[in-house]
Design a protein around this ligand. Structure first.
Ligand SMILES: Nc1ncnc2c1ncn2[C@@H]1O[C@H](COP(=O)(O)OP(=O)(O)OP(=O)(O)O)[C@@H](O)[C@H]1O
Length: 256
């Protein structure tokens, strides 16, 4: 299995000075949470890790091979991305959308097999949207669409999963279900790297945390070392109260 890693990576945010260089190794079995205020560069980082944006400096590698030298198809067998926003390019059903996840594994013009369909259906079931498989994606609610996007990534079955705010639009039950699913995938050997806005979901489910500050500073490491009130208050410019629930910290914003 390939490890996604960065060497002295400086993401490219136009008109901003260089941010702190990132030297990350995203190991199989790990669940990473990326936290930071709006505009800190979380999505830019994710897109850079996926090879969709050029870095300003440094490199992103799968093992020792720079992403830029890998054919797109090979890359999408190794890593996949759930975007923060999606546009419906053309009318497609939920099942057809999930099956797009198989494209990196098929040759040009090859039709999906019964195994591919079964895999897509298993993913839709895991995300609790199988009952919607014949519906047009354009008719779904925000949370249903989000779950279809994660099911599509699951159908793609890359080693490394990059997710931009995967719990966006999800109700509480489905937020927990998705975090559980991601943790299970990590236990099965996948590497999970996601941007989150919910500190408490990060505290409950992530074992590694990257904090991205608006001035370009960054720090990363085990969750218990990163999720400390002082750092988080500075990160969000927001006073926090911390309580412990089931052995995990729970952060509540102070009203004044
Ligand atoms: N093509 C671009 N041209 C100019 N500025 C850009 C471009 N793309 C992104 N930016 C800016 O880069 C900064 C980082 O954006 P990014 O989407 O990575 O932040 P984020 O941390 O994901 O924010 P959010 O929490 O709001 O999703 C923002 O200030 C954004 O306006």
């Amino acid at each position: 299995m390939s490890h996604l890693n960065t060497r002295d990576l400086v993401i490219d945010i136009p008109d901003r000075p260089d941010a702190y260089p990132l030297g990350l190794t995203i190991e199989p079995g790990q669940v990473w949470g990326v936290l930071g205020p709006n505009g800190a560069g979380k999505t830019t980082l994710l897109h850079t890790l996926a090879g969709l944006r050029d870095a300003r400096r440094g490199s992103v590698c799968l093992d020792v091979q720079p992403l830029t030298t890998l054919p797109r198809r090979q890359l999408s067998q190794q890593l996949g991305l759930v975007f923060q926003d999606r546009q419906d390019g053309f009318p497609a059903t939920v099942l057809e959308t999930a099956l797009i996840g198989r494209h990196p594994w098929l040759s040009p013009w090859q039709m999906e097999s019964a195994d591919d369909v079964a895999m897509a259906e298993r993913s839709l079931e895991a995300l609790d949207v199988l009952h919607l498989k014949d519906r047009l994606v354009s008719t779904l609610s925000g949370g249903e669409r989000q779950r279809v996007a994660i099911a599509t990534l699951m159908t793609q079955a890359p080693h490394t999963w990059l997710l931009d705010e995967p719990t966006n639009h999800l109700d509480l039950h489905h937020q927990v279900a998705v975090m559980k699913l991601l943790t299970e995938r990590a236990k099965a050997g996948n590497a999970i790297f996601m941007c989150l806005h919910d500190l408490n979901l990060a505290a409950l489910w992530c074992d590694n945390i990257l904090l991205m500050f608006p001035d370009g500073e960054a720090c990363w490491g085990p969750a218990d070392r990163m999720l400390v009130p002082n750092a988080l208050e500075r990160l969000y410019n927001q006073d926090l109260e911390t309580v412990e629930v089931d052995g995990a910290p729970f952060f509540v914003p102070k009203r004044s």
